[in-house]
Design a protein. Structure first.
Length: 272
């Protein structure tokens, strides 16, 4: 396989950094995107890769990131939308949106759509890191995407991970005929700093001795790396949700085509 350009967001730590290392070893040109300038530069320096900093809690950062990527790369073969997290008490971004929904869904939606022409030209794969929380906690309220009516860190996270799957399916519906392939996946419970700044009970698993039950970032990155390297249409099916390299059952809402279309249209109107 000739060198490809692979953009990974949330690549300064955890499964994003692990995937960046593995794909670089495989001969790909990895572009490291992260929120922390120091951590992002450190991973990029280790790999001999290029680093881009963006805070997904600021949509102007996402717009600037897209501009820089389009200027720098005439091809983008894989876009891995991996950045995200679980938050604490309800907070709004400078853009006026509930922070979890913006960071985990609106920002990658905006980045993907701003890069869409380049992705189509490149017959690209768009891979999105979701979570089993889409089923455990998610129930998307299409008329209250910013969670004004009901909020908890777990529900907001589950809703955003469900939105990732709906976005993946709708991206396939709209653009598969133009060469885009898409997938979302659950990485497993990974031993990272996930939930460290959250008020979610999940922080007790990720940041106490219970952490020993979690898998390594390298194991968590396995499905992402597989989706980035295996052959779509032969080894995996575009538009689907994966766990451990297999199509998995998601929240019942994930299969609602009308909801997927409505979420796309509202997301597009929201980010302009």
């Amino acid at each position: 396989m000739s060198e490809r350009t692979i953009v990974i967001t949330g690549a300064s730590d955890g499964i994003g950094a692990a995937a960046a290392r593995e794909l670089t070893r495989a001969g790909d040109r990895v572009v490291v995107v992260g929120r922390s300038p120091e951590k992002t530069r450190a991973v990029a320096s280790e790999l001999g890769a290029e680093a881009f900093q963006a805070d997904f809690a600021r949509l102007d950062d996402v717009r600037a990131l897209a501009d820089r990527l389009l200027e720098a790369y005439p091809r983008i073969d894989v876009l891995a939308n991996n950045a995200g997290g679980i938050m604490g008490a309800r907070a709004e971004t400078v853009d006026g949106h509930e922070k979890t929904f913006q960071v985990n869904h609106l920002a990658p939606f905006l980045l993907t759509t701003l890069l869409l022409d380049r992705l189509i030209e490149s017959n690209a794969r768009v891979i999105t890191t979701s979570s089993v929380a889409n089923s455990t906690f998610g129930h998307l309220e299409i008329d209250d995407l910013d969670a004004h009516g009901k909020y908890s860190p777990n529900k907001a996270y589950g809703d955003s991970k469900l939105a990732n799957i709906l976005f993946t399916k709708e991206l396939h519906t709209r653009y598969a005929a133009r060469g885009i392939t898409t997938a979302s996946f659950h990485p497993g419970g990974v031993a990272t700093n996930f939930a460290a700044d959250s008020t979610s009970p999940m922080r007790f698993i990720y940041n106490t001795v219970l952490r020993r039950v979690l898998i390594s970032p390298e194991n968590g990155a396995d499905t992402l790396v597989w989706l980035a390297t295996a052959e779509p249409g032969t080894d995996w099916v575009s538009g689907e949700y994966y766990v451990k390299r297999k199509i998995a059952k998601a929240n019942a809402q994930a299969y609602d085509a009308d909801l997927a279309r409505e979420l796309w249209d509202r997301s597009a109107a929201t980010v302009g």
